[in-house]
Design a protein around this ligand. Structure first.
Ligand SMILES: [Zn+2]
Length: 343
């Protein structure tokens, strides 16, 4: 209340605000905690995963008992938020965000916070935010580095920002990285303080937006890296592209794509096949090196085959297809695919 510009009126705006946090991993945990303590009245938390022991190094809303019981992250996060402030409204959604349900979630909120670990869902949220006119705060972290940027293309008019100074994600990064190209926290590891910094930065941007302090927003591509301790900001002024397929032409390819046909349960085999989001030639030798920290992977008959923790087995084909053995749950298989191969 004492901070200039965050007095009674701003507090009332926060209490009446609704934030959507997609992904309740480390980024999401940090952001959710700060949004709840800032008094953001309604939070919708979406995550398809359950708490595991290895999450506790960085995912600050969860405790040992959550991991032992395998509580869904969205549920565990909701419980924690309600312990912080019982007056807050919290919706926990244990769901895989897809083109089928994303618009429903995005429609109801004022701001979306990216707590994701895969690129494709970010592009899906970018489409939905632009189409439905919502603010979207991107955040991403892996290893000892992270990035954040506000995506204001959908709300530029309402905020009085020129369209050319309010790029969407695709104005800056036109295409999703190819499968197997991006590192994930499971293949590269993650430094707890780095991901907490990025989550806090993104939460700060969302709180400024919701409180009506647009003048304080950092409209830049912000990045930090705790290995060499560098931080940088790249202004987004002029980065909005009129020829952008999403915010320029308003063609929402990711919303229109049939993302849900990617998993096929293989009958009677306790296995699920996952297809890549986009056809790509996969460098299996490189992938083998990246997956070394997860288990023993060997090349066999042109496939990369290995065992993961528990009783899961993963076989990756050169075209990016994979078979996950040890489950018949498409959501579990998709999660393993995203963690190991990316996207
Ligand atoms: Zn754009």
């Amino acid at each position: 209340m004492i901070l200039p510009g965050f007095g009674v009126a701003a507090q009332a705006r926060l209490a009446g605000a609704h934030a959507l946090v997609v992904g309740c991993g480390a980024l999401g945990c940090t952001a959710i905690d700060l949004l709840a303590r800032a008094g953001v009245g309604t939070l919708t938390l979406v995550d398809r995963d359950v708490v595991e022991l290895t999450n506790l190094q960085r995912q600050s809303l969860y405790v040992d008992a959550d991991a032992r019981a395998g509580v869904p992250k969205a549920e565990a996060a909701k419980r924690r938020v309600q312990a912080i402030d019982p007056a807050l409204r919290v919706h926990a959604c244990v769901e895989h965000l897809s083109s089928d349900n994303v618009e429903e979630f995005v429609n109801d909120c004022e701001v979306i916070i990216d707590g994701l670990d895969n690129y494709r869902t970010r592009y899906l949220l970018n489409d939905a935010a632009v189409k439905l006119g919502k603010a979207f705060v991107h955040a991403g972290a892996v290893a000892m580095r992270g990035t954040s940027m506000p995506i204001l293309a959908g709300v530029a008019g309402a905020l009085g920002i020129p369209r050319s100074d309010a790029p969407c994600l695709r104005c800056v990064f036109p295409e999703v990285p190819a499968p197997g190209e991006g590192e994930t926290c499971d293949t590269a590891g993650v430094f707890g303080p780095a991901v907490a910094m990025v989550g806090a930065y993104a939460a700060g941007q969302a709180i400024k937006l919701l409180a009506g302090r647009v003048d304080l927003l950092d409209v830049s591509f912000w990045s930090m890296e705790l290995e060499t301790n560098r931080m940088s900001r790249m202004s987004l002024a002029g980065a909005g592209r009129a020829e952008c397929p999403c915010c320029g032409a308003r063609q929402f390819e990711f919303l229109d794509a049939e993302t849900d046909g990617r998993c096929t349960v293989l009958c009677g085999r306790n296995a699920v096949q996952v297809r890549p989001a986009a056809v790509a030639q996969m460098d299996l030798v490189r992938l083998q090196m990246r997956l070394a920290s997860l288990g023993t992977f060997v090349m066999a008959d042109g496939l990369l085959v290995g065992s993961l923790a528990g009783s899961m087995e993963l076989s990756v084909f050169p075209d990016g297809r994979a078979i996950v053995r040890g489950t018949t749950d498409p959501m579990v298989a998709q999660t393993i695919y995203d963690r190991c191969i990316g996207q």
